[in-house]
Design a protein around this ligand. Structure first.
Ligand code: NAD
Length: 353
């Protein structure tokens, strides 16, 4: 049995679905169900005995300790976090609470449990912490991509809180011997992405005839990875990663935000042409840049490729096409997460939660 935290969020839910698609080892899914958590993503698992959903906080040591003990968990994969940079600028408190204090409490609960294990169970146990490339700060156009030896230079409350959590995880390995692994991944995109993030926002606004907002000049560069490739990287690191190591995960897909938006527009022009004969790119609108907006992130994933043989299956072109098609085919999911009907659904299916 594995324990996944934050498994009702974008990446965590994709991970749970992929995991149960590929093998029969059961998953406990611990998620607080903040605005970003969406059990409807996991509706196909509703009657699946391999999926046990528990609503709760990673900071609740008693609950985490009980789940670990009761189910004799062999690995914890920590996705739970506050994850949206814009929200962290307007309200950093929740980010410190979950990403820093929550991770600390989770580590303590895991350490207690791990200390009580013996023999093979103790040797085989893993704690995998899922983190971001944003902890490394920003790059200029001529800098080499981030490698695992880059200094941490976080610039937003979000990235600072994730950097703090990475440091805690590292320290729990060096100080207490906890068998940890950390992954630092670039921007993900794909199915079930909450519509506040750039790619789903642009797809949905385009279809609704709304402006497609671009921060500043749109030349901020990000590396993009299809979410299912991130999930396969996590499975690889969990199975084969060296204890105490960090692994960068990326798709070798550096793109300026404006180019990402233009790609989406041209795929939509092809798949769902506008009736007025104009292209979706006419909806692009420039808005004031985010404060402290990092200019460029790029990730060097060669350690993971070389040591563990991982490679992404999708290019940006294939992944973005699949993503646009997914949003076209799954309007119900979109309507539910955007309309508040989702909350009603939750009450019907899970009582008071
Ligand atoms: P998300 O915001 O979609 O999901 C986060 C999930 O965590 C939600 O289901 C939420 O309900 C849950 N959660 C929040 N606080 C919690 C708490 N205190 N206890 C239990 N559950 C809690 O985020 P995501 O995009 O799926 O990201 C998952 C992880 O991957 C995060 O740690 C993030 O930092 C990291 N990451 C994300 C990206 C990306 O591009 N989205 C890239 C690299 C790394």
């Amino acid at each position: 049995m594995i324990l996944v935290t934050g498994g009702a969020g974008f990446i965590g839910a994709n991970f749970v679905l992929d995991w149960l698609n590929g093998n029969d080892e059961a998953v406990i899914n611990l998620d607080k169900l903040t605005y970003a958590g969406n059990l409807q993503t996991l509706a196909s698992l509703e009657n699946d005995p391999r999926h046990l959903f528990v609503q709760g906080d990673i900071g609740d040591r008693t609950l985490v300790g009980r789940l670990l003990q009761e189910h004799q968990v062999r690995a914890v994969i920590n996705f739970a976090a506050e994850s949206h940079v814009d929200r962290s600028i307007h309200g950093p408190g929740d980010f410190i609470q979950t990403n820093v204090v929550g991770t600390f409490n989770l580590l303590e609960a895991v350490r207690d449990y791990w200390n009580g294990l013996e023999g093979e169970a103790k040797a085989a146990f893993r704690f995998l912490h899922v983190s971001t490339d944003e902890v490394y700060g920003t790059l200029s156009a001529s800098d080499a991509p981030f490698s695992e030896s880059n200094r941490y230079e976080p610039n937003s409350p979000y990235s600072a809180s994730k950097a703090a959590s990475d440091h805690l995880v590292r320290a729990w390995h060096h100080t207490y011997g906890l068998p940890v692994l950390t992954t630092n991944c670039s921007n993900n995109y794909g199915p079930y992405h909450f519509p506040e993030k750039l790619i789903p926002l642009v797809i949905l606004n385009a279809l609704a005839g709304k402006p497609l907002p671009i921060y500043g000049d749109g030349q901020q560069i990000r590396d993009w990875l299809y979410v299912k490739d991130h999930c396969s990287a996590i499975r690889t690191v969990l199975a084969q990663g060296r204890l105490g190591e960090t692994y960068n995960v990326g798709g070798w897909n550096e793109k300026a935000n404006l180019d990402v938006v233009r790609s989406i527009c041209s795929i939509l022009d092809e798949l769902r042409p506008k009736t007025d004969g104009t292209g979706y790119a006419t909806q692009i609108t420039y808005v004031q840049d985010r404060p402290g907006h990092d200019r460029r992130y790029a990730i060097d994933a060669r350690k993971l490729e070389r040591e563990l043989g991982w490679k992404p299956a999708e290019t940006f072109e294939s992944g973005i096409r699949k993503t646009v098609q997914w949003y076209l085919d799954n309007q119900d999911w979109v309507n539910n997460v955007t309309s508040g009907q989702y909350r009603q659904w939750l009450e019907q299916h899970y009582g008071n939660k």
